[in-house]
Design a protein. Structure first.
Length: 200
């Protein structure tokens, strides 16, 4: 008996099966990457805030005058220059005019040393231990001027809309009275703004 002669290639059914499998894997991958983006974003914001706090502390100790970090959080949209920012944290670094109780924070030569805008995913929120705008002033001895009421803290956590999406990573930045800046990753319980630290 002779063999059937078949030309090389794939049938329509085989092609549809492969396209269907690729589509299913793509949908699964998009869900995972969205959650990973929110997790990375929380870490990025917390690390940026702690880096700026450490820089202000070191600058105060090195230069012998007070340095301040002002933090503000805007959940809406604002146009700054020609760029529109939505859901962002403003970090403004200022230099004082004295080693204690500075009265002029617009001192020359540079009134604002640096200003940055950290854009957040719409799925994140930021909550200070106090209220926004929040000010943290470092003295030349490294201590914090506002620490009379205890540690100052900032929490970066998923919005309550993400509670059903199994995204429970959060970031926490804390500054104590002696100026020690701590940042850690944590888990979020899905309600409120409590970030429980992950212990090694």
């Amino acid at each position: 008996m002779g063999r059937l002669n078949r030309e090389g290639g794939f049938s329509l059914v085989e092609m549809l099966v492969v396209v269907g499998i690729i589509g299913i894997l793509g949908v699964i991958g998009i869900g995972f990457s969205s959650k990973a983006y929110v997790r990375r974003d929380a870490d990025r914001v917390a690390n940026n805030i702690s880096s700026d706090l450490n820089l202000m502390r070191m600058s105060a100790m090195r230069r012998g005058v007070e340095y301040r970090l002002e933090l503000d959080y805007n959940q809406g949209c604002s146009t700054i220059g020609s760029v529109e920012y939505c859901n962002f944290v403003t970090l403004r670094q200022l230099r004082g005019d004295s080693n204690q109780s500075s009265s002029n924070w617009n001192s020359t030569p540079r009134p604002i040393i640096a200003e940055q805008f950290l854009t957040l995913s719409r799925k994140l929120e930021v909550k200070p231990g106090a209220t926004f705008p929040m000010t943290i002033t470092f003295r030349p001895n490294g201590t914090v001027a506002e620490a009379g009421t205890g540690d100052l803290s900032i929490t970066v956590f998923p919005s309550t809309a993400m509670a059903s999406a199994d995204v429970n990573n959060c970031g926490f930045v804390s500054v104590n009275g002696i100026g020690r800046v701590m940042v850690y990753k944590g888990t979020w319980n899905g309600t409120g703004s409590v970030c429980n630290p992950i212990r090694d």
